[in-house]
Design a protein around this ligand. Structure first.
Ligand code: PMP
Length: 438
């Protein structure tokens, strides 16, 4: 399959060095199970579940059929002041999977929208309760919370600040938890660093709790290099939030839907947030959809608030879109039938062993893992950050394996249907690439 040059030129690709890419496009034309097919008709092993989203593997029959049937039956239903039955059915099924208490769900269309929705719920919640001074939002260095204004403001990506400058005011950050001096090559949760959560106490002391609405963190920071939370860290954040009436938001866009061995990271880490954002695995990546889960007490506050604030004044034309709901219902059916939401716990031992066998290979300076998510950090090429990891990506691509890199870290998050032999192939392909690249 060849692309006409005008088409290649017209598409402004997201998060991509367009000029470089267009010299040698990588085109995916089909997919099935653990594999993509590319325009050279090669089978490419998917080591990253598309983009941390295709947790059940590609083109699964329940999902395909659900979308097709829905498109033929009800293409769209306005989501304000009315609804369609599958939205309720999906919400009910979803809240069976969440940690106790997180039993209300608000639908969005992406992770970025989920994040900004959760931040708005937090601010509005305090206003409805009569504590409108609580507007400050706290994020974390190296956090990634999507691309919208709220998300890039609470996020801690330097690249965002380089391109967009300072964003929302009234935002502060706690330190990230990456501490290679103490924790390099930890298997699972690092032993050191729980005390980093005390940064939040420092910010409370500085700004006063009466000004702080919420704290948002990813249980595992994914897009900034797979940073696993130190033992006890998330619980400590929870305790500090409880002490000061601050809402705790977990961004589970990556860790949701089985990635860590339970439906959600909150269950794996034994810490329940007040609000939880998801997307990606919710529909197995098939149709864009996100969601925010909220504690009963938050929903009840809105329901019993003053009359002029009783409606949460927020939503999207495509909230709970019929096709997305159908895709999500098909996805949940697939997860349930195949036990996929806990499968990572059965595979994580082998995954960890395979991953950590790369210790000592050229350029490797750290390896991090949890469930079926892994990070392999490389020493950067002098003066050319991210280039070495990208060269490994290109080498793996030529070997027929798709990995992902973020900075100089290789990030792995295979579909949860991966077989042990495919884990070995994934890691051996990276090993070969590491030995070949400069
Ligand atoms: N939050 C986290 C933790 C993410 O990893 C991502 C995407 N990788 C997002 C939010 C944004 O999701 P989306 O690209 O669907 O807007």
């Amino acid at each position: 399959m060849t692309l006409n040059p005008a088409a290649l030129d017209a598409y402004w690709m997201p998060f991509t060095a367009n000029r470089q890419f267009k010299k040698a496009p990588r085109l995916l034309t089909g997919a099935d199970g653990m594999y993509f097919r590319d325009d050279r008709d090669r089978q490419v092993l998917d080591g990253i579940a598309g983009l941390w989203c295709v947790n059940a593997g590609h083109n699964r029959p329940h999902i395909v059929q659900a979308i097709q049937a829905q498109a033929a039956e009800l293409d769209f239903a306005p989501p304000f002041q009315m609804a369609h039955p599958k939205a309720f059915e999906l919400a009910e099924q979803l809240v069976q999977l969440t940690p106790a208490g997180l039993n209300k769900v608000f639908f969005t269309n992406s992770g970025s929208e989920s994040v900004d929705t959760a931040l708005k719920i937090a601010i509005a919640y305090h206003r409805v309760r009569g504590e409108g001074s609580r507007t400050r939002l706290i994020g974390r260095e190296r956090g990634y919370h999507g691309v919208n204004f709220g998300g890039i403001s609470v996020g801690g990506m330097v690249a965002n600040r380089k391109m967009f400058g300072t964003m929302l005011g009234g935002v502060d950050h706690i330190r990230h938890t990456h501490d290679p001096a103490r924790n390099a090559y930890s298997v699972g949760q690092p032993a050191h660093g729980a005390e980093l959560a005390d940064d939040l106490e420092r910010l409370v002391a500085l700004h006063d709790a009466s000004t702080i609405a919420a704290v948002i963190v990813e249980p595992i920071a994914g897009s900034t290099g797979v940073l696993i939370p130190p033992q006890g860290y998330l619980q400590r954040l929870r305790d500090i939030c409880d002490k000061h009436g601050i809402l705790l938001i977990f961004d589970e866009v990556i860790t949701g839907f089985g990635r860590t061995g339970n439906p959600f990271g909150a269950q794996t880490f034994g810490v329940t947030p007040d609000l939880m954002t998801v997307a990606k695995g919710l529909t197995n990546g098939c149709v864009p959809m996100g969601a925010v889960f909220a504690q009963q007490k938050i929903y009840d506050t809105f329901m019993s608030g003053p009359e002029h604030l009783i409606e949460f004044f927020h939503g999207y034309t495509y909230s709970a879109h019929p096709l997305a709901c159908a895709a999500a219902l098909g996805t949940l059916k697939t997860y349930a039938e195949e036990g996929l939401l806990t499968r990572a716990s059965a595979l994580q031992g082998q995954f960890a062993e395979a991953l950590h066998s790369l210790k000592g290979e050229p350029h490797v300076i750290d390896i991090r893992n949890m469930g079926l998510v892994g990070g392999i950090e490389l020493a950067p090429l002098p003066g050319e950050p991210a280039k070495r990891a990208f060269n490994v990506f290109l080498d793996c691509w030529e070997q027929g394996v798709l990995i992902r890199t973020t900075g100089d870290t290789i990030a792995l998050s295979p579909p949860l249907i991966i077989e042990p032999a495919q884990i070995d192939r994934l890691v051996d392909t990276i090993r070969t690439a590491l030995r070949r690249v400069a």
